[in-house]
Design a protein around this ligand. Structure first.
Ligand code: HEC
Ligand code: HEC
Length: 506
């Protein structure tokens, strides 16, 4: 197993910081002897723990997942800090789930001891019931380093007939770095849009007239709402976001709003693992059981395991994802290439790429409660992750040195959905999201995540750009109208959107 599922499997190397065109960028320096010595010791230590885990698992199967399980009850006692959640979440991310943990669904009855058990892996997912198509998260999120993207052969085949690849909506796995800040940006943007709409409704009622309110947050415009004199709102002119004005920053189509929902969905569709929340919602009738199975509420997916994903486990995965490092901009060393990088950054604006791939969004509040939406209460302490501080570095950049009240997130996205034309359209709408609509994919970390676009059809950034259509056609054409030197500079710039190099411990 190439993945090392323990804290510190990457060992940070010393970094120098230089600033180009207003971006803090990180360059790697060769660490001095003491630093290097320390890193090597950590690596060797980690390697020993890995070997120990493997042997332990060979002798006592099941021990490993116990290490990687934190129940809600354990979190209530709050003996563990946010750093412990990171370590355990890391274990879970790298853990290969097994049938006795509830991996998979149906077919086998309740007798799991039988040696006739065959894992029912399904390469192509079946409708909303999903796969399972993998044993672990890292099976798809590993390109470019831990928690990375997926190669083309790691694509997931969503919403298919369970058999034919051609029946499915093919998706390439994005990298998972920096998602804590992304979740928080979305939360702030949703709150701002909803406040604008509520204000318009109030004004319309108070003044007894029709009010048109432009919706805009963090410099991104989302169309407008119309408030009628009785206070009701009409959303027909809202753009790039659902009528509930909730920004959903996850998934290629932008269909999930929180890391918790994304983690719960991933565990279900890729590993056939059901959360306790899903079981309870099926029990009280608030959730349609169809995508999950036909069994009784305590074993909806009929695999003979009733406790699969305790909500403490979801909290752990969220706390882990929220603490991952942020991607960085790493300009080239070569002076000629450095000039191209700078020119490329300007062309990126000039041809209109940054109209959607907005280079920087500003975050006001860096605190994410890994337990939300569970209501905080006296005996249910929150687990607050400070996404600007906790976990793996590098982190997002404070706006003002020494004053941590706002942060610059160099995401290269507006977190808005756009019409990308017929060429990129999905085979079918996803829920209420039309076939041609996609969320502006963030470009941070881009250099390590080829192939590109939602189904990984583009082997290079050049191909990805050429395949832009719809609302992005003008920017694509402007890029293609540049001379080859200028186009090359855009590509050099894009190649700098990367992640911090670290010593990888295999
Ligand atoms: C079979 C491959 C596969 C496996 C296994 C997998 N993922 Fe993913 N992941 C994907 C794909 C494909 C997407 C894009 C999904 C979409 O477009 O809706 C994705 C998206 C995500 C996202 C949203 C990222 C973004 O920027 O939009 C998160 C978070 C995530 N996965 C977490 C997980 C976790 C946690 C696990 C393990 C429980 C997991 N994934 C297992 C393929 C996989
Ligand atoms: C109208 C909004 C819009 C404009 C303008 C735009 N893009 Fe995009 N871009 C997107 C969306 C949406 C996607 C994801 C589309 C998909 O996967 O089907 C994307 C994807 C990409 C990707 C692939 C990212 C990945 O991880 O796979 C690259 C590279 C990219 N854009 C670069 C550019 C460049 C360079 C320009 C300017 C020439 C540009 N884009 C202009 C919306 C836009």
């Amino acid at each position: 197993m190439p993945h090392v599922a323990t804290l510190g499997r990457w060992v940070g190397v010393a970094l120098g910081i230089l600033s180009i065109q207003g971006f803090a960028t990180h360059e790697t320096a060769i660490p001095d002897d003491t630093v290097l010595q320390e890193q090597l010791e950590k690596s060797v230590d980690l390697r020993r723990r890995e070997t120990f885990d493997r042997v332990l698992d060979a002798r006592d199967p099941g021990e490993l997942v116990e290490h990687a399980t934190l129940t809600d009850a354990a979190l209530d006692r709050h003996i563990l800090g946010i750093d412990a959640l990171f370590v355990v979440g890391d274990e879970l991310f790298g853990y290969l789930f097994r049938p006795e943990n509830g991996w998979g669904s149906g077919s086998g009855g309740t007798d799991r001891k039988a040696i006739d058990y065959t894992p029912q892996l399904r390469r192509v997912q079946q409708g909303r019931a999903g796969g399972p198509d993998a044993f672990g998260c890292f099976s798809c999120h590993s390109k470019g380093g831990p928690d990375g993207a997926g190669t083309q052969t790691q694509n997931a085949f969503l919403f298919g007939d369970g058999e034919r690849i051609g029946s499915a909506d093919q998706r390439n796995a994005p990298h998972l770095l920096g998602l804590g800040p992304v979740a928080l940006l979305a939360r702030e943007m949703s709150a701002a849009l909803q406040a604008e709409a509520a204000g318009a409704s109030e004004r319309a009622r108070a003044e007894g007239r029709l009010v048109e309110q432009a919706l805009s947050t963090k410099g991104v415009s989302f169309g407008r709402v119309v408030a009628h004199s009785n206070g009701t709102l009409s959303y027909a002119a809202v753009e790039g976001v659902d009528p509930d004005l909730t920004i959903r920053p996850f998934g290629w189509k932008g269909h999930q709003a929180t890391l918790r929902d994304m983690a719960e969905e991933s565990l279900h569709i890729h590993q056939g693992l059901l959360s306790t929340r899903i079981q309870l919602a099926v029990r009280d009738g608030s959730l349609d059981a169809a995508p999950y199975g036909k069994g009784p509420w305590f074993d909806v997916d009929e695999d003979g395991v009733s406790l699969e994903i305790d909500s403490g486990m979801l909290t752990t995965v969220v706390a882990y994802l929220a603490q991952l490092e942020a991607p960085v901009i790493r300009p080239p060393h070569d002076p000629g290439l450095l000039d191209a990088f700078a020119a490329g950054r300007s062309y990126f604006d000039a041809v209109g790429c940054s109209g959607c791939h907005i280079p920087t969004l500003e975050l006001d509040d860096s605190k994410l409660d890994a337990r939300a939406p569970q209501p905080p209460a006296e005996d249910r302490p929150a687990f607050i992750v400070d996404v600007a501080k906790d976990g793996d570095g590098p982190k997002i950049e404070p706006k003002y040195a020494g004053n941590n009240t706002a942060y610059l997130v160099h995401l290269f996205s507006d977190l808005k959905r756009h019409d990308m034309g017929d060429g990129l359209a999905s085979p079918a709408p996803q829920g209420t999201i039309p076939t041609r609509m996609f969320l502006t994919r963030s470009l941070w970390g881009l250099a390590e995540t080829a192939p590109y676009l939602h189904d990984g059809r583009a082997p290079t950034v050049q191909d990805a750009i050429v395949l832009h259509g719809g609302e992005a056609a003008a920017a694509r054409d402007a890029y293609l109208a540049l001379d080859e030197n200028a186009r090359a500079s855009v590509r050099v710039f894009l190649a700098s959107l990367s992640r911090q190099p670290k010593l990888f411990v295999p």
